[in-house]
Design a protein around this ligand. Structure first.
Ligand code: PEP
Ligand code: MN
Length: 444
């Protein structure tokens, strides 16, 4: 059926944007061989199960929540930090489930999100220019020339850190940590701590009553105590992603076993490039980021390449236009794709089109983020299509990277806890607030 890794253009023969200049090709090849011999991180059957969930979300029978760091770091993969992100996603999911009245598909930007595309290959500070930091998968964030040299051995650490992270996630999501009542207790704690306005209290009370009702009628099924948490990252470093691609013994077809879901970034979605080609060969559910310059024909051509068999759940478009553009730029895409009779999951990334510079610091305004989400919902509601999910950069920590929200973070606060290795993330409180506001939109 679909192309596998042994057909089509030879590896390395297609232009691949945003790749590091690995200084030692032999060392890279050695790492690739080692990676190729390691066990898969996820299983093909899990990817298939997620694909069914994507298809459900595309039909409006589920809602997609994808979130995590812009860039994971090796040092940041502590038990506390991983738990904090999981807890945040689960808390958001309870609120969204209530608002949407459908299951929430919970997807982390986690256990593999270690490589970054950069708009400029060089970074200049105080007149000194060095190669940009491309994520812990490639080089070190320290601003020295040694630190910025790409080192392929880091790819082995990506694998190991991803495996350790995934191990903890699997343990927590199958145990009491994911218990619905526990998660809702956390949400009540968030409201009591004055984390948000009274506006959300009614919804929290309603959720409380719904949970008590389930308890009272004895509807305490397994599903209230365990959840599925899927992993995802940007499919960026061709050698790493290819080394983790394996033939599924059930079907004889290739899967990228580095994550359940991978997406192609805005900077690497060239139709004839290596990223689209690689994604076209694997059977995972895949995403493509679409920015403000995307034409309807670009989107259709991507669909032809990535989903030629029109398989439900195969393709997700992650829209990142910017708050000021979404209402103008999204309708032509949705209209043309709908008219073609094709189906895709539409997801809103309200982060990447809304990055601003405040005194040399990258930040995002919570209000801009929410305005893009509102625009996304409005466009879909007007066209009768499905606003299927959100994709956000977040952390469970109380960082000060994005401004606004009920906590009132303002520009001078940015200096207190600005810890991201790349783009500014919503903190725990801002993430929950976003979830309550999206739940309101879903319930409308
Ligand atoms: C990202 O998701 O961190 C990213 C780089 O996004 P985009 O490709 O949409 O710019
Ligand atoms: Mn980012």
């Amino acid at each position: 059926m679909s192309a596998d890794l042994s057909t089509g253009p030879a590896p390395g023969s297609l232009p691949a944007a945003q790749q590091p200049e690995w200084p030692d090709p032999a060392a890279l090849a050695d790492v690739e061989r080692q990676l190729a011999a390691l066990p898969p991180l996820v299983f093909a059957a899990e990817c298939d199960a997620l694909k069914e969930r994507v298809a459900a979300a595309a039909r409006g029978e589920a809602f997609w929540l994808q979130g995590g760091d812009c860039a994971e770091t090796f040092a940041g993969a502590t038990a506390d930090a991983i738990r904090g992100k999981l807890k945040t996603l689960l808390q958001m999911a309870v609120v969204l489930t209530y608002g949407a009245s459908v299951p929430v598909v919970k997807v982390g930007r986690i256990a593999g999100q270690f490589a970054k595309p950069r708009s400029s290959g060089m970074e200049t500070r105080d007149g000194v220019s060095l190669p940009s930091y491309r994520g812990d998968a490639v080089n070190d964030i320290a601003f020295t020339s040694e630190a910025r040299v790409p080192d392929p051995r880091r790819l082995l650490q990506v694998y190991n850190t991803s495996a350790a992270t995934l191990n903890l996630l699997r343990a927590h999501t199958q145990g009491g940590f994911a218990d619905l009542r526990q998660v809702h207790e956390w949400n009540k704690g968030f409201l009591r701590s004055g984390g948000a306005t009274t506006r959300y209290e009614q919804m929290a009370r309603d959720i409380d009553r719904a949970i008590s009702f389930l308890h009272a009628v004895g509807a305490e099924s397994e599903t209230l105590h365990r959840v599925d948490l899927w992993t995802s990252h940007e499919q960026l470093l061709i050698e790493y992603e290819r080394a983790l691609t394996r033939i599924d013994s059930r079907t004889g077809t290739p899967y990228n076993t580095s994550a359940h879901f991978v997406w192609i970034g805005e900077r690497t979605r060239q139709l004839d490039g290596a990223h689209v080609d690689l994604a076209a060969r694997v059977r995972n559910p895949i995403g493509v980021k679409l920015g403000p310059t995307t034409s309807p024909d670009d989107a259709l051509a991507l669909m032809d390449k990535l989903d030629p068999h029109r398989e439900p759940g195969r393709l997700t478009f992650i829209i990142r236009m910017g708050a000021g553009k979404i209402r103008d730029n999204l309708p032509p895409l949705v209209e043309k794709i709908t008219a073609s009779g094709r189906q895709v999951l539409w997801v809103c990334d309200p982060m990447h089109g809304n990055t601003i510079d405040v005194g040399g610091v990258k930040t995002r305004r919570f209000d801009d983020v929410m305005e893009e989400v509102r625009g996304f919902f409005d466009v879909h509601r007007a066209l009768g299509t499905v606003p299927g999910g959100v994709h956000v950069e977040l952390t469970g920590d109380d960082v000060t990277e994005c401004i606004g929200g009920a906590g009132g973070l303002s520009e001078p606060d940015l200096k207190f806890r600005y810890e991201t290795a790349c783009d500014p993330r919503l903190n725990h409180q801002q993430s929950l607030e976003l979830a309550f506001q999206v739940a309101e939109l879903l319930a409308d």
